[in-house]
Ligand binder design. Structure first.
Ligand SMILES: Cc1cc2nc3c(=O)[nH]c(=O)nc-3n(C[C@H](O)[C@H](O)[C@H](O)COP(=O)(O)OP(=O)(O)OC[C@H]3O[C@@H](n4cnc5c(N)ncnc54)[C@H](O)[C@@H]3O)c2cc1C
Length: 469
């Protein structure tokens, strides 16, 4: 990639005129946190040349038009909790901080939708919707820090995807600023719509490479009167995954959440949070959440969960003592593991749910063969495994090379099962190299063609997902 121009004093002056001088920070004044996201803070840092905080779509559009004239790259940033480097300005240029677009514009209980700006924190939307008896179902574990624009751009998954799907399933309509600086609306509030290409689905997961989301209309659901968490402890991962398969198809239990946490991860989370949220488990844990209309339905579902769990050899089925503490611990699983395994590589692999057992068996076999160690906290109900692979018994000087071979074998295993590199965190620049090796070449050429058509000057978030051919 070449041909980009530096951000000159003249460009900074035009940016200041667009967004106001107080909303532009250049050079050494830019805070260090804008050089990385939550997944790349250990790597080389990439600070932008200028940080710009627009207040509305018109200002975003003006910045994009300037970027095309001046040939300067633009990287959109939401909460900065991404784990793949998507919001990192790899090539410098302009970093567009969308945090000022943070209004909840409308909540319509009758139409069951919310209209929000992209900088609204996910937990805030959940809370405000909840106060009106409504559920916003997108629920990534970073919900206190990430924002709706980032969730849509990464097509974030999360805990409730088992029943409600991922972020793209929540989106009805998007206002977009295109890479060339035009404004448009894609999708609609209609509950059905076969009018041309489904561009909402294209934008969800495009990681800010095809346009900037400046407003979103999102689905809301009625909030169930009762929502309860249970911790099922099982003797091994194979039994836990067997139970996941059973519960996924069990209309009687109808789980919203099926989170798999291996016992060592559960212990690390309890130590880190200084709270026995899993009850100091003697086995691997499956967190099951379901909804109920009343106490009778709750009792019926609980009895059914116990029955199914015993059928898979459960050692215990306990209601969560403190659901809030349990989810707080789940959200901090990465931090809990960093404290105990400072050298470890994170994975976000996804395989068909019904093939998860085979994938887990192969993972354990590979880890043993390489004499590595691993931890797991996975959205198992979606076939999505969050792994930390650590050197284990391998000497530090052998780890990088051995880990490279291991990753290759692991990815081959996932692809052979019909899986993919990322279930929800995206490609960013962190997984760009393996994506180039594993993606079907025709699919990649279609993606490149879409990018060229939307962004002929390649100014928007270049170097993410793939490099221009
Ligand atoms: C503790 C922790 C737990 C997590 N748990 C989950 C989880 O359960 N599920 C999950 O899916 N992810 C999870 N993540 C990853 C991360 O939170 C998600 O990817 C989230 O959606 C990123 O949102 P963000 O606002 O932080 O986006 P950022 O990191 O700021 O950006 C992410 C991408 O979106 C683009 N972008 C941001 N805003 C816009 C916009 N308005 N228009 C166009 N593009 C935009 C950026 O350019 C970048 O490519 C977790 C991360 C952490 C640190």
């Amino acid at each position: 990639m070449s041909g980009y121009q530096p951000v000159t004093a003249e460009i900074v002056a035009v940016l200041s005129a667009i967004v106001g001088p107080g909303q532009v920070v250049a050079g050494d004044e830019i805070p260090a946190r804008f050089g990385h996201d939550a997944g790349t803070w250990r790597d080389a840092q990439h600070l932008p040349e200028v940080l710009v905080a627009p207040a509305n779509a018109e200002e975003v559009a003006a910045v994009l038009r300037l970027a095309n004239r001046a040939l300067v790259p633009v990287t959109p940033r939401g909460g900065g909790t991404g784990l793949a480097g998507g919001a990192v300005p790899l090539l410098g240029g302009i970093l567009l901080d969308l945090g000022r677009l943070d209004r909840i514009l409308e909540i319509d209980p009758q139409g069951r939708y919310a209209v929000v700006e992209p900088g609204v924190k996910t937990s805030r939307l959940q809370r405000v919707a909840g106060e009106q008896g409504l559920l916003y179902a997108g629920d990534p574990c970073s919900n206190d820090d990430c924002v709706i624009g980032g969730n849509i751009a990464t097509n974030a998954g999360g805990n409730r995807a088992v029943k409600y799907g991922v972020t793209s399933d929540q989106v009805l309509e998007l206002e977009i600023v295109t890479p060339l600086g035009d404004r448009t609306v894609v999708g609609s509030r209609l509950r059905k719509n076969s009018t041309g290409y489904n561009l909402v689905r294209l934008y969800a997961g495009a990681e800010g490479t095809l346009g900037i989301i400046t407003r979103a209309t999102l689905k809301l659901y009625p909030l169930a009167p009762l929502i309860r968490d249970f911790v099922v402890t099982l003797p091994d991962l194979a039994s836990a995954i067997g139970l996941v398969s059973g519960l996924r198809n069990d209309h009687g239990v109808d789980p919203i959440v099926l989170e798999l946490i291996d016992r060592r991860t559960a212990h690390a989370m309890e130590r880190y949070n200084e709270a026995p949220v899993f009850g100091n488990p003697a086995g691997d844990c499956l967190v099951v959440q379901f909804e109920a209309d009343d106490a009778d339905e709750l009792a019926r579902k609980r009895a059914l969960l116990e029955l199914r769990s015993r059928g898979h050899g459960a050692l215990g089925v306990e209601p969560a003592v403190d659901s809030e503490a349990l989810w707080k611990a789940r959200r901090a699983w990465g931090k809990a593991l960093e404290a105990e395994l400072p050298v470890a590589f994170g994975e976000d692999l996804v395989v068909p749910v019904e093939l998860l057992a085979g994938f887990a068996a192969r993972l354990q076999e590979l880890v043993a063969r390489y004499r590595f160690d691993f931890r797991l906290a996975g959205h198992a109900g979606d076939g999505n495994m969050h792994l930390r692979i650590a050197p284990g018994a391998v000497e530090p000087d052998r780890w990088p090379e051995a880990h490279g071979r291991f990753r290759d074998e692991l990815y081959r295993t996932a692809y052979a099962l019909g899986g993919r590199l990322s279930g929800e965190h995206g490609i960013g620049f962190k997984r760009k190299e393996p994506l180039g090796r594993f993606i079907d070449p025709v699919e990649l050429s279609l993606m490149r063609a879409v990018k060229r058509a939307f962004d002929p000057n390649h100014v928007l978030n270049p170097g993410k997902i793939f490099d221009p051919a």
